[in-house]
Design a protein around this ligand. Sequence first.
Ligand SMILES: [Ca+2]
Ligand SMILES: [Ca+2]
Ligand SMILES: [Ca+2]
Length: 230
Amino acid sequence: MSLSRFFVMRAASPRNQADADEHRNVSTQWQIAATGDFSGDGSPDILWQNTSTGERLIWVMDGATYVSTVSLGIIPTEWSIAAVGDFNGDGSADILWQNTSTGERLIWLMNGTSYASSVSLGVMGLQWRIADTGDFLGDGQPDIVWENTSTGDRYVWLMSGTTFTSSVYLGNVDTQWRIAATEDFTGAGQPDIVFENTTTGDRYVWLMDGTTFSSSAYLGNVAAQWQIRN
Ligand SMILES: [Ca+2]
Ligand SMILES: [Ca+2]
Ligand SMILES: [Ca+2]
């Protein structure tokens, strides 16, 4: 998968593709929160959140072509979409939320593009940020990557479905580095970890062997106001 997938254009009011095209440069209350296959056709769909109104919606995509919009409704803006992953293994993406006020984290299990039920992961200090999900153990179940925005510590939570099993320390990286996404760069079937420097715009990938760092590779420099979305 090419890195260009991550640099998806922001749109002002993405009711549909035409609207997004028209308002492309107006920006910014609509943010791309994550991509994941909700519709179960093997092609990633785009999850949006409106940071002003709290509305969340899914663009169902066919490859790079917009198909339709499904609203998930208005969710209080203190809830932020952290990542997506298929936690219950039914072939469609589920949504991982973090509450920026209380520190609660929870998973919305989805039935396609519809909400089915939620599972709380409990409350974590607000300095902990969920960066992305990825299957680090290779058991077919998504695990959760965390970073401490105060100390720079990074961890993986190994998960069994929606249940935490254990955590693995990845190391400490200065807090100006943010984990942007996990993606399999080497084709080894294991996620690697993309870091971006929020000051300089440098981007690196940590090539991983399971939960163990193996080497890093420089991806390049993209102006710091561009953020990679998982
Ligand atoms: Ca899809
Ligand atoms: Ca699922
Ligand atoms: Ca796993």
